[in-house]
Ligand binder design. Structure first.
Ligand code: SAM
Length: 268
């Protein structure tokens, strides 16, 4: 297991999401990406939520469908936020399976834990911790899922090394995340608020693949799903530290930033 002390990026990201969950705001600025909806998830999956339950989502895709979860599996959600993907996963793996959500933001852990209690979901637990130092035993997880989180980590290689450690041999990584094609403008990469908004920390797909390969993952696939104009807009609007960028570079960033579905395996 590696160690992790919070970096300035961790602090900014944690404050950003603590504020979002307290104020019921979305991660992406616009109010319509705050709850689970049919733009991200298929309607049959949404139908598994209790009627009238409006569960908060800060995601950029659907790792649940990508994961093809089976009854009895142990699932780990990296950056579980308010817990939505864990609740979907808990339903899929059933009472013989188990779901662990890890998140560094205490407010997220509290919200996810109280929702699980309210919804009476018993095969899920939430642990506070860093993705770079997972509070999870080695070789114990069948499937790792994650939704719009790895882009936020300052040291993605450490996250992949930890993911590889906790997966069982033959285990699967199924992730929705923001990646780029081509480099982002330097001014954006330097902005901590654009980092917290899921844009500045995104790396090129080929770099993402190289990092996964170097820790041992095989059968790596990155498939673009949609260009994420909404995330780019809200991240740039949020760039209080880089006002001039609100009027320039936007078109270049729209063309570079996309949401992707990513899969990889730990060799059996
Ligand atoms: C964009 S939100 C996504 C939350 C959730 N996956 C969803 O789809 O709603 C990012 C979450 O990841 C957590 N996070 C970001 N970086 C992290 C890190 N290095 N270690 C642990 N949690 C992290 C944040 O606290 C936040 O709850």
């Amino acid at each position: 297991m590696t160690t992790q002390s919070p970096t300035p990026i961790h602090e900014v990201v944690r404050e950003h999401y603590a504020e979002r969950i307290k104020n019921k705001a979305s991660c992406c600025g616009s109010s319509d990406c705050c709850s689970a909806d049919s733009q991200l998830y298929p309607s049959d999956l949404l139908a598994t939520l209790p009627e009238g339950e409006s569960t908060v989502s800060y995601g950029c895709g659907d790792p649940i469908t990508l994961a093809s979860l089976q009854p009895g599996q142990t699932v780990l959600d990296l950056g579980s936020g308010a817990g939505l993907d864990c609740f979907f996963a808990a339903k899929k793996v059933g009472e013989t399976g188990h779901v662990i959500g890890v998140d560094m933001t205490p407010e997220m852990i509290e919200r996810a834990t109280s929702s699980a209690e309210r919804l009476n979901i018993q095969n899920v637990e939430f642990r506070q911790g860093y993705l770079e130092n997972l509070p999870v035993e080695s070789n114990t997880v069948d499937v790792i899922i994650s939704n719009c989180v790895i882009n936020l980590a300052p040291d993605k290689s450490k996250v992949f090394a930890e993911s590889f450690r906790v997966l069982k041999p033959g285990g699967k990584l199924a992730v929705s995340d923001i990646v780029t094609e081509g480099p982002l403008p330097e001014e954006i990469k330097k902005s901590l608020s654009a980092w917290a908004g899921c844009v500045a920390g995104a790396v090129e797909a080929k770099e993402y693949i190289e990092m996964m390969k170097s820790v041992g993952f095989t059968e790596i696939s990155i498939v673009p799903v949609f260009f994420d104009k909404g995330t780019v807009d809200s991240a740039i609007n949020d760039m209080k530290d880089m006002i001039e960028l609100k009027t320039v570079a936007r078109e270049d960033v729209y063309k570079a930033v996309y949401s992707a579905k990513i899969t990889a395996y730990k060799p059996a």
